[in-house]
Design a protein around this ligand. Sequence first.
Ligand code: NAI
Length: 352
Amino acid sequence: MVVSLVPRTTPAEVHVVKDPEYGLDGLIVLHSTALGPAAGGCRLWSYRSGDEMTEDALRLAEGMTYKNAIAGLPFGGGKAVLTIPSGPFDRDKMFEAFGRAVRRLEGNYVTAEDVGTTVEDMRAVARSTRHVAGLPGRDGAPGGDPSPFTARGTFLAMQTAAQRRLHRPLSDCTVAIQGMGNVGSALALLLHRAGARLVVADVDSARVARVAVMTGALIVPSRNILSVAADIVAPCALGGVLTGDTIGHLRAKVVCGAANNQLGTAEDGSRLADAGVLYAPDYVVNSGGIINVAGEYLGWSQEEVEARIDGISERLDHVLNLAAARGISNNLAADQAARSIIASSAIDQAAA
Ligand code: NAI
């Protein structure tokens, strides 16, 4: 079943996706289709309430609108969130049912992996719709798990941020990473190879131990990771981790990580700037995964995808320069840059 709801944020379209037979219960949010179909992953999470799920979906979809615009992709922003069924369920069948809901949107929404979903899940989705990416890549073409590409983009952004704020390469930096999941662990390996010292944390002790063995990273308890003595903090777990409280305890001078929606509120971006911390806006930093997804969906070569991921450094530089020139926080500068890309495309379309 797909039912339209009254959107809560201006241009959003919210679709309830429910199929009790297969345990499917969630939302697909199309925040914007100004630049193209709304693209953004599907999150599977244990939500405590419908409100919590809706809020997460709206925020994530809006973030995708800006992320896709800044990355220069011909996509609007969207997101799907599904709640983990409370009882036993057939995972393949549930994702096939989700795929049918995506199909009914007739290409206006393109899905892929996000937190809690895997390449296998996307294979199940692909049995119902072609509007899905993150499928196993074939013959060297883009595809598969987007997280290594997200990690690569985050690494490049971190190099830029470290040079700008600390005036040194990552080999002379200590980086604290919160979250040793798909992105965090891949980022840890890239940083280790680049010669950075690492401090890591995860609520899952097996994950954090595995990375520490491979990289020699120091493990700290999760509650301490944002306040450890480090040059750079990389949030790579969940959103909302940068708040008045955590910012007050930060010792790092750079925050550059992959997690979506790291700031508790937009004002926390100004708080970071006031504290002398360079905050690299999350959706500029973590766009590597969606660039790979876009390349897969649109049939680009892997070289094209990699060149566009390399462009993350330049795009971050542009946003940081804009913030300095306008005397605003980096997160606001990113939002303004994204909105101006969307606005100029609307002008182009009107003129055509
Ligand atoms: P994941 O689910 O593989 O990893 C998240 C990790 O964070 C898990 O190991 C989990 O145990 C850990 N974690 C949860 N709460 C924690 C806490 N309080 N302290 C320390 N660790 C904690 O997810 P993935 O794919 O690595 O994504 C990480 C973040 O990056 C998410 O916010 C996601 O939305 C974002 N992101 C991921 C992309 C991708 O390509 N996978 C693309 C863009 C953004």
